[in-house]
Design a protein around this ligand. Structure first.
Ligand SMILES: Cc1ncc(C[n+]2csc(CCOP(=O)(O)OP(=O)(O)O)c2C)c(N)n1
Ligand SMILES: [Mg+2]
Length: 196
């Protein structure tokens, strides 16, 4: 696909979260958190302000703890590459309510655009499949994003994984709160738990 046709990350994320209902959204360290915030801050958004590589694992934990809730991890290629081992555990545990979307701009955008492994040899869809996540696909059109967004709400047939090729644009940073205690207690409260 030519670079000119690559998807707009904000459009992808706003489509994924449109009509989100009870979806828990986890943003990886990197620009995906800005994209999620651009759609709107929400008590069920959980932003990683540290722990690069941990987004899919946090998604796994939440999905196992809250099996009736759709859990959607939205992260970047660099963050997913760092936490690639988590796909092995997700493929083993197969949480049916977990969806993972990688916004793949083939670079570490947040830190200056250094090219990542997905620009050359690394195939994250292949990794996910090889780890046992049968429902893993490469996405390059908004129609495919829309189909995936609908599937996120089905909590009995996951896990599902999508690698979405996006344009390498350096967009305005729309930052949510960086207070980790606030972020964790907000989602805990929304899910009916006491603060930590
Ligand atoms: C352990 C660790 N290494 C490196 C960083 C610096 N860092 C923060 S965001 C980021 C890039 C994230 O890239 P990607 O996940 O592809 O997201 P993008 O911004 O490209 O959407 C890096 C390298 C960090 N915070 N922690
Ligand atoms: Mg990236």
């Amino acid at each position: 696909m030519s670079k000119a046709n690559l998807l707009d990350r904000r459009q992808v994320v706003s489509t994924l979260l449109a009509g989100r209902k009870d979806v828990v959204a986890i943003g990886g360290l990197g620009a995906s958190t800005n994209d999620i915030t651009a759609v709107g801050d929400h008590p069920r958004n959980f932003y990683l302000w540290g722990g690069m590589g941990g987004a899919a694992m946090i998604g796994l934990g939440l999905a196992l703890a809250q099996p009736r809730l759709p859990v959607l991890v939205i992260t970047g290629d660099g963050e997913m590459l760092m936490g690639m081992g988590s796909l092995a555990t997700i493929g083993l545990q197969k949480p049916p309510n977990l969806s993972i979307v990688v916004l793949d701009n083939e670079c570490y955008g947040e830190t200056g655009g250094q090219i990542s492994h997905t620009s050359a040899t690394a195939d994250l869809v292949g990794v996910a499949k090889a780890c046992g996540i049968a429902n893993a696909c490469a996405i390059s059109t908004m129609a495919e994003v829309e189909t995936f967004a609908k599937a996120v709400h089905e909590v009995s047939v996951g896990p599902r994984f999508a690698n979405v090729k996006i344009a390498n644009a350096n967009l305005d940073r729309i930052l949510p709160s960086r207070d980790g205690t606030y972020i964790v207690n907000r989602i805990r409260g929304d899910l009916g738990f006491q603060p930590i």
